[in-house]
Design a protein around this ligand. Sequence first.
Ligand code: ARG
Length: 461
Amino acid sequence: TANSMWGGRFAAGPDAIMEAINASIGFDQRMSAQDIRGSRAHAAMLAAQGIISPSDAEAIREGLLTVLSEIEGGRFTFSTALEDIHMNVEARLKELIGEPAGRLHTARSRNDQVATDFRLWVRDQCDAAVQGLRALIGALLAQAEAGADWVMPGFTHLQTAQPVTWGHHMMAYVEMLGRDIGRFTDARARMNECPLGAAALAGTGFPIDRHATAQALGFDRPTANSLDAVSDRDFALEFLSASAICATHLSRLAEELVIWSSAQFRFVAMSDKWSTGSSIMPQKRNPDAAELIRAKIGRILGAAVALFTVMKGLPLAYSKDMQEDKEQVFDAADTLMLALAAMTGMMSDLTVNRDRLEVAASSGFSTATDLADWLVREAGLPFRDAHHATGALVAAAERRGVDLPDLTLAEMQAVNSAITQQVYAVLGVHNSVASRQSYGGTAPDQVRAQIARWKGAMEGW
Ligand code: ARG
């Protein structure tokens, strides 16, 4: 039988496979609360403008509330024949209240309706991402505070570079995640314009009040161009892009946890709650959660690439291609929130092996730069010459199988006669980190200043 929404022009219903490829109700039912919220705002505005009667508006309002409670109570039967959430809600409304239901769609199209619903949904997810990020930053700040002066090796090329502090390393991630909060906040502010009332694409001849519906739905203003309003999915692309960047940060931290928890490193140990065993190797304690967080970027970036690919080259205005936006965003949002929660749990529960960190920091000639700097400062050598002399000392230590502090003064002076007993002070890892007092450096004082700054910022948000 022909469709009840547009059956006027159609004699027959769709092929079963047409119905299967066309329907979005299987996933867009996740926007039912947003859809009903948008319809209520629209109906109230239509009545305020004298476009529908107050009694029809009241019947619509009550009917929509009933539909919402049916959906929330799991008492609603979604129909694939009714294609999407918009038509499922409207059809049920008609069953409930009869004729007034048919007036709800005045001065509206599913094109502006879906754009509005989806913006409301994505807007909520921006807020959820910020909440998740705040929780993770809180966990990292606690780690940083505990270990503001724990010395660990800093790496470049995953080779020992210079000693840093655990707190400094944690705060590096806080900076990244802080920028992620900025991206979600900016995206939210930009997407906070209401497409409702753009109608199919050209606006409407009815005397609607788009400012009123925008305000009722918590938007800053209506979108300024009706063609753009129904065509734009930038807001979803921005959400996915911010999510992909955030997931990249989580992936890097996850990778470090995987490395650090290995038997070779033993810098950290995940608690039982965040580890898994092996079905064959009894000794195993696997960092599965960290590995999965490391991998989740694949799905999230995949969603971003998928939607970019859908949107590129689409002519204005609405095309059904755009229905492909939702599953990608739903999956990416679910994945990101889960990864944030898992990382927060893991970091809150992490045991840090402070002694191992220090032993590792003291090996691998990690204070060679301090030695070169000392030669510049105390012996007046140009840095390049100091670098060369220090390289020769490292080679001498390596030949003997010892580290720099183990060289005798005579061995040092054989390389450069200006070296005195005082040099040994700078070869210790604690002195090394304490000396790095430049703004943003790894000295514990600097790290504590970073922590204080972030704690203040967190309160301001
Ligand atoms: N389910 C559709 C979507 O997600 C709603 C909009 C349909 N509009 C239309 N003109 N067919 O995009």
